[in-house]
Design a protein around this ligand. Structure first.
Ligand code: SF4
Length: 76
């Protein structure tokens, strides 16, 4: 379960976040949600842009589901 207190501080504020202590830098989220996830200088993912619109939301939801480390979280 991703822990928001371990949120990658490079991320923009908003519902989606990446737990930087759990992320392994595989890049799957960056491939699945190109508009929203990026890799930082350490190769770990962060949320560059929170999703806007149903297409980006669907991509981010897929990234959350597909992350092999369960490092992506979403808060309300
Ligand atoms: S899919 Fe998960 S483990 Fe892979 S880079 Fe993204 S957040 Fe990190």
């Amino acid at each position: 379960m991703p822990n928001i207190s371990q949120r990658n501080q490079s991320s923009v504020a908003g519902p989606y976040f990446v737990d930087q202590l759990v992320c392994n830098g595989c890049g799957i989220c960056v491939l699945l949600a190109k508009e929203n996830f990026r890799s930082d200088n350490d190769g770990l993912a962060f949320v560059a842009k929170q999703p806007r619109g149903s297409k980006q939301e669907a991509c981010c939801a897929k990234a959350l589901e597909q992350c092999p480390e369960f490092a992506i979280g979403k808060v309300d």
